[in-house]
Design a protein around this ligand. Structure first.
Ligand code: GDP
Length: 433
């Protein structure tokens, strides 16, 4: 996603603007103290354009020398961002610190947008002409506390997004197909896309390294990540383990959902476990696809037995659904897109803080919190800070006391109450302020 950084001298209202931009999503948690205050990195969306937002003022230290803080902010922004918002304020008019910030930003080739905060009323909105002299183009008056002008600012921001990083509103769900050689990855992709499509993709693949192939099923847009790589790799590149791992990792990175393909005719091998490990660690949605289901001699319990073996060998993937398919006969392949969509929806759902805290209360009645060296864990409240994967911050008396088994228990409670099939869940214990 494109990264947007907010930079500016102290007290111009950087965190207020930050919270205003992400607020649609975080409104629920704002009444809890300390929840938004220490956030300085969040995902936001405007008119269907998604981006990551950084409040650089929240990252750099307070209480240090102002000059150093400003320099650090500018450096983070120049390094990390695709679009930089320099924020200043109509109150106090322009100061030499504003000039210093602007000066640091002249060094970057990245687009810089100048926003003037605290323009709460019409007079103040007209009182921004000084700021032209900063040489950063038209200043945009905003009021972060009232919410005025924010739309204009966001329009200007998304307008500057580099094309290759910009994602549009009509969500395209991207998924990758990974697994060791010969499990049938290309066969599955070929069948999913229809043979003609893949030939086209393959020709493109000769000029470009990674080709993501789009298709639509039942009105939902999908994208198979690195189609060319899947096909090419099977024949030549896959022989070099390092290269194929690298390629798979980059495909996983760019996917919402990962299809981990196993081969029913050979059973589970050591290499399958390596591949599964990467997918799990990346925090993506996962579906386990058992291919070549046409080959083994089967009776009514074969699927159950294979499933038991999978659960045993991939214990950490207990959230991943399993689908038995045959790329050869086409059996159940048509279920793949709808299953990918389901997992995608699960990993992107948001649970309100009030609901989470009811759940926490119920959970506390079921199991006592762990005790370490005579000190008992106290859990105060929980809030969801991001999706994909769903990530929950749990405020406690002492994060050290959050035992693995209790974290596991909380995750199970979440799974029992909501449908998180196919997606990992992250719990972050944090000390209550
Ligand atoms: P990849 O290396 O993972 O992309 O695997 P391929 O798609 O190239 O398939 C490897 C071999 O397995 C090929 O000979 C395919 O024809 C065969 N194959 C793939 N899927 C199936 C299946 O569902 N059933 C059977 N019987 N053979 C399959």
């Amino acid at each position: 996603l494109p990264v947007v950084a907010i930079v500016g001298r102290p007290n111009v209202g950087k965190s207020t603007l930050f919270n205003r931009i992400i607020n649609q999503r975080l409104a629920i948690v704002e009444d809890k103290p300390g929840v938004t205050r220490d956030r300085n990195y969040a995902q936001a969306e405007w008119m269907g354009h998604k981006f990551d937002l950084i409040d650089t003022g929240g990252i750099t230290w307070e209480g240090g020398k102002i000059e150093e803080e400003i320099r650090a902010q500018a450096e983070i922004a120049i390094e990390e961002a695709d679009v930089i918002v320099m924020l200043t304020s109509v109150v106090n008019h322009m100061t030499d610190l504003d000039e210093r910030v602007a000066h640091l930003l002249y060094r970057t080739k990245k687009p810089v947008i100048l926003a003037v905060n605290k323009a709460d009323n019409p007079e103040q909105r007209n009182d921004i002409y000084d700021f032209y002299s900063l040489g950063l183009g038209d200043p945009i008056p905003v009021s972060s506390s009232h919410g005025t002008g924010i739309g204009d600012l966001l329009d200007a921001i998304v307008d500057k997004f580099p094309e290759d990083k910009d994602t549009q509103a009509d969500d395209v769900i991207s998924f990758s197909v990974i697994g060791r050689p010969n499990v049938g990855k290309s066969s599955i992709v070929n069948k999913l896309l229809g043979e003609d499509r893949v030939i086209v993709a393959n020709e493109e693949g000769t000029t470009r390294d990674a080709v993501d192939t789009p298709f639509t099923k039942d009105g939902v847009k999908f994208k198979v990540v690195d189609t060319a790589g899947i096909r090419r790799r099977g024949k030549v590149y896959e022989k070099t383990e390092k290269y194929s791992v690298l390629r798979a990792m980059s495909a996983i990175e760019r996917s919402d959902v990962v299809l981990l393909v196993l081969d029913a005719s050979t059973g589970i091998r050591e290499q399958d476990k390596h591949v599964a490990g990467y997918a799990h660690e990346a925090g993506r949605g996962i579906i386990i696809v058992v291919n070549k289901w046409d080959l083994p001699k089967k009776n009514s319990t074969s699927a159950k037995e294979f499933e038991r073996e999978i659960r045993q060998e991939f214990q950490y993937l207990d959230y991943a659904p399993i689908l038995f398919v045959s790329a050869k006969t086409g059996q159940r392949l048509d279920q793949i897109p709808s299953m990918v969509k389901e997992v995608y929806d699960n990993q992107n759902q948001r649970i309100q803080s009030s609901v989470l805290n009811d759940l926490l209360l119920e959970a506390s009645k079921l199991v006592p919190t762990p005790m370490v060296k005579g000190k008992r864990l106290r859990v105060y409240y929980m809030t969801q800070v991001s999706t994909n994967p769903p990530t929950f911050v749990v405020f406690v008396n002492d994060p050290e006391l959050m035992h693995f088994s209790y974290e596991r228990f909380l995750i199970n409670q979440l799974r029992q109450n909501f449908d998180f099939t196919g997606t990992p869940i992250k719990i972050i214990p944090r000390k209550r302020k």
